[in-house]
Each structure stands twice: as C-alpha cells, then as structure tokens.
Ligand binder design. Sequence first.
Ligand SMILES: [Zn+2]
Length: 340
Amino acid sequence: MNTIMKTNSLIPFLKRRDAESAEKRGVSLSSLRCFATSAPLRLLVAALFFYGATAQAKLNLVVTTPDLAAIAKEVGGDQVEITTLARPTEDPHFVDAKPSFIVKLNKADALIEGGAELEIGWLSPLLNGARNAKIQPGQPGRILCSEGIAMREVPTVLDRSKGDLHAAGNPHFIVDPLNARIVAQHLADAFGKLDAKSAEKFRANFDKFASALDAKMVEWQKTMAPLKGREVVAYHNSWLYFAEGFGLKIEFFLEPKPGIPPSPAHLAEVMAKMKETNARVVIVDPYLNRQTAETAARGTGATVLDVAQFPGGVKGTDGGYIALMDYLVNSLAKALGEKK
Ligand SMILES: [Zn+2]
C-alpha cells in the first residue's frame, strides 16, 4: 500500500519539478518528452508502475495468534500478506517478543489482535517500539477481534493480584465456531475499510468461509450430540467457549487459576472431582506440562488428549481453522467414546 501511494504522489511532483527546471534552463517540454521516450527511462517507468501495482494489491497484516491469522487468510485471500507473531505451539499469554516483530509492526497496514488482555504481557512494548500511527488504538488499522463477541467470565472487579491471566474475561473465544464466524465478518468489514477496492472480494471470501463453517457446524454438532453433558478436564481454562458451543462440561482445571501452576493439593482436589463426575479425558495444550496431565489421568483411569487452540498446534491441523475444529471434535468424540 505504501509504495503505490508514494509512487502516485511522486509522479505529479516529478513532472512539475522537471517542467520548472526545464523552464529555468530554457529547455522545451517537447524535448523533455522526447527524452522520456528513451529506452532506459521507459524501462524505469514501467518497472515503477509494475512494482507499484504489485505492492498495491496486498494489505500488509500483522496478526498476534495463528487462529486469527487463519481466519484473516480465509477473508483476505490473495489481497493480504500476513505475518503471525505467536507460533502455533506457543502460549498466547507469553509469546517470545522478538525484535524482528517491531520491524514487522512498523511496516504493517493493520494489526489484528484477540484483545481482552490476551496479549497484554508482550504486545505493548513491541507497539511502543514500532512507532506506527496506522495501528494505534482507535485507528482503522487496529483490529480488535473481541469486539462483537459475547465475552464470558468477565469479572465485576478487575483483580490481577493473584496472577490471574483472565482478569478481563476469558479471552479464548475462537474455539467456538460461532465466534470464529463473528470474527471473520468483523475482519471482512475492517479489511473493506482499509482497501475499499477489494471490499467486495473480502465480502465474497467471508460468505464462502461462513458457508463452509455452517455446513461443518451441522456435522460437528451431530458428532458431539451423543456426548452432551460429558465432563472433560483441561489444564488451562481455555476451552469454555468450545464446551458451551458443543454442550460439554469443562469446569475443572489442573491450574488453580489461569497462569498459576498446579500444586499437589490442588491436583488431589481435581482428581477427587474427576472420580466424582466421571471425567475420563484430560486435554492439554502443547505448551503446558503434559506430565502433570498424565499424573491426573493415571490416578483416575482417564486418558490424556493433546489439543491446541491454533491450527498447526497439533499434528494434522495445518490446513486452517476448519481442519483444527475437525481434529478437536473428532479426537474428543473418539476419546470420550472409548472412555465411558
Ligand atoms: Zn488463558
């Protein structure tokens, strides 16, 4: 985007400057035109226009997490260039903030973030370093995906004193496909404002993604229907929206609070609840301690299932959001079916 704007604004300026200097030097405009048709200059002008046209086609997006990036790709299609900051196997609360991110943010047309304090621990210093007016809060280039989402577990009083990572509500909302749909629509609108010429394309991409999601939703609900009300234990409280979307109960966590490591006393308490409620599956994300999950499962006859919130976080989910949800629904249904 930057290049074409620069190129376009530069051309009238160059013409004007050439005309002025030609006048001073007593050179006629027609002789200048003659010079402009010389082969090397023609090549230069053609290259400038070609580069400008290529650069114009893409919105340069920086996205905090791979789930949002996957949806941005569905909606943005060929019209966007995406840089994702968190790796699929990385804890979104604690992303390794590399200096190279500052350069990416400096050049971005837009920043897409989850919000609800998901990125509060690592994004602010990067943004301060990036010095990019386009992605400041309130600008069209600052896209907050939590906007329009019915946020859950929002505390009435903000309290981070006990290290709670979810002090502004539960920020892991994308694993409910209905929320993914809302985010996709939000992105289509936001991209359309940033690149009005492609707005129709973004809308069409959204429609296509939403139709695929709607069709899959019927299939996923059918798979999960016999498992309604089943208890699943999670390590971190990042599965609330998924549980609600599919009628599961995920209410016991190996962490006593989001971000607080499990203590032996807390684990014993969770294991007692697992036996009481017949919770037979413990789900664990790639960046959490699988051994702790195995301990809880061993003591209760449960099984451990590797899950991820991000496409690519577990094997076979590289294909995008729908591939990830396919894995989550099918692997959970299988694990729950085997462990009754
Ligand atoms: Zn969390």
